[in-house]
Design a protein around this ligand. Structure first.
Ligand code: PLP
Length: 462
């Protein structure tokens, strides 16, 4: 840890935090008997807490975010230089970093043409939902307004995003929900048996489930399908063979817009700029957030194809015929300035290739752990976006109970390695260890993570 902090100051920080901060996703009763973990500093792949304890961060800031690692002074400088020139102007006007980053981003996304700036993944998804609803009104008399989402996918925390949420605990007690969101089944091949699916051609079967929902609801009522390319908190679910081709066909057949939520996969996490590019998908709308500026600034983007954009340009005499939406802080210039430098780093340091290579290495190493520990039912992932599903009975694939999964996470933390686990919101399926180290990870970093997990599995399951 570089910073010079006095223990008194840090003790005060802990007290102030305990007295006044409402942490995200935390039951606060626990802080009556222990202190919160205050992360004080980061450098590269490592962070230090208030006790000066070093941790290897195998989850990029906890939630798949800090893709280029900590301590990137060039991003800080790019932001500072921009803030001195101009910190903010509402997004109805343009800005230099806004225009230049949009150009750069669209270069990486053939088929997309416009970038709408906002601040969080939830907000970007809300805006995509609004576009779908407005298109339904403009073109289909309001009828083609339903939005399909998938079991185990997550799209954010607002009421409409929760209405599109495939993780029930996140949504429970926050109803009534926004009408017009309809769930389709997940596509986790490892759990195909639980769905009563055939062993052969699971990918096609899972995609056909979506078509069944469309036919049941009425194709004239369905405006969009919103999916994660690789499901993140729902279990690191890589799509089965043939799934995406069939999904794309179904969307085209029924004129349903395909909205891909790249909030986690976007900007390098899977080893390509976007997760959808791994599977040959041609989306109509794409949302992204976490990796866009690796957490150095709050920025999210919604991109659309020119076809979607054009729909909002026709009938210019109609006073309602434009996207009547604003995000105040979508006009902050720090976001695109940070995002531009983030992208330069990924390109100049060849991090997409490193992500692909290190991801393959880590998947192999997790496979070795699977050979050694019967509690690992399956390992899966794409690039540096990996999961290990724990089971109490390998043959029956019985999900391991959450407390024991969390014990593995806790043991790794004790050893100074931060890993994650599937969201608690999946009763019965909160059993997957999650790994998403920064794209700069080396073999040594990965070996360190594997050694910690190996030790933890040995201790927890004896
Ligand atoms: N979409 C996905 C796939 C996510 O994982 C998340 C957050 O974890 C979101 C959307 C929501 O993003 P935010 O927390 O920035 O609102």
């Amino acid at each position: 840890m570089d910073g010079n902090y006095s223990q008194n100051d840090l003790s005060h920080v802990v007290e102030a935090d305990k007295a006044h901060v409402w942490h995200h996703l935390i039951q606060h009763k626990q802080f009556e008997s222990k202190d919160p973990n205050i992360i004080v500093e980061g450098k590269g792949m490592r962070v230090w807490n208030q006790n000066g304890k070093e941790h290897l961060d195998a989850v990029s800031g906890g939630v798949w975010t800090v893709n280029v690692g900590y301590g990137r002074e060039s991003i800080v400088k790019a932001v500072a230089d921009q803030l001195i020139k101009l910190p903010y102007f509402a997004g109805s006007a343009g800005s230099i970093p806004g225009a230049l980053y949009a150009e750069k981003l669209i270069e990486k996304m053939p088929g997309q043409s416009r970038v709408y700036y906002c601040n969080s993944g939830s907000e970007a998804n809300e805006k995509a939902f609004k576009m779908v609803r407005q298109i339904a009104h403009k073109r289909y008399g309001g009828q083609k307004h339903k939005i399909l989402y998938r079991d185990r996918d997550y799209h954010g925390t607002t009421i409409s995003c929760l209405s599109a949420g495939g993780q029930d605990e996140r949504g429970a007690q926050y109803g009534p929900y926004t009408p017009g969101f309809v769930r389709v089944p997940h596509c986790l091949e490892y759990r195909a048996g639980d769905q009563g699916a055939p062993v052969e051609n699971y990918g096609e079967w899972a995609a056909n489930q979506i078509e069944e929902v469309i036919l049941r609801e009425g194709p004239d009522t369905v405006g969009a399908l919103c999916l994660e390319p690789v499901t993140a908190g729902g279990g690191v679910i890589t799509p089965p063979e043939g799934y995406w081709q069939r999904v794309q066909e179904i969307c085209r057949k029924y004129e349903i817009l395909l909205h891909i939520d790249e909030v986690v996969c976007g900007v390098g996490r899977t080893g390509k700029w976007f997760g959808y590019q791994q599977y040959g998908i041609e989306p109509d709308m794409v949302t992204m957030a976490k990796g866009v500026a690796s957490g150095y600034a709050a920025i999210a983007c919604l991109t659309t194809s020119e076809k979607v954009f054009e729909l909002f340009k026709d009938n210019a005499d109609d006073p309602l015929n434009y996207f009547r939406d604003i995000s105040t802080f979508g006009g902050c210039t720090a976001g695109p300035a940070a995002a531009m430098e983030n992208m330069r780093i990924i390109e100049d340091e060849n991090l997409l290739q490193n992500c692909t290579d290190m991801g393959a290495y880590m998947l192999d190493r997790l496979g070795e752990l699977q050979d050694k520990h019967a509690v690992i039912g399956q390992v899966r992932g794409k690039g540096l976006f990996l999961g290990a599903e724990l089971v109490s009975d390998r043959e029956a694939r019985t999900p391991m109970e959450e407390a024991r999964v969390q014990a593995v996470v806790g043991d790794c933390m004790q050893q100074g390695v931060i890993i994650g686990a599937t969201n608690r919101s999946l009763p019965g399926y909160n059993n997957t260890l999650c790994f998403s180290p920064a794209l700069i990870a080396t073999k040594d970093d990965i070996d360190e993570i594997i050694t910690a997990v190996d030790g933890a599995l040995g201790r927890v399951f004896g």
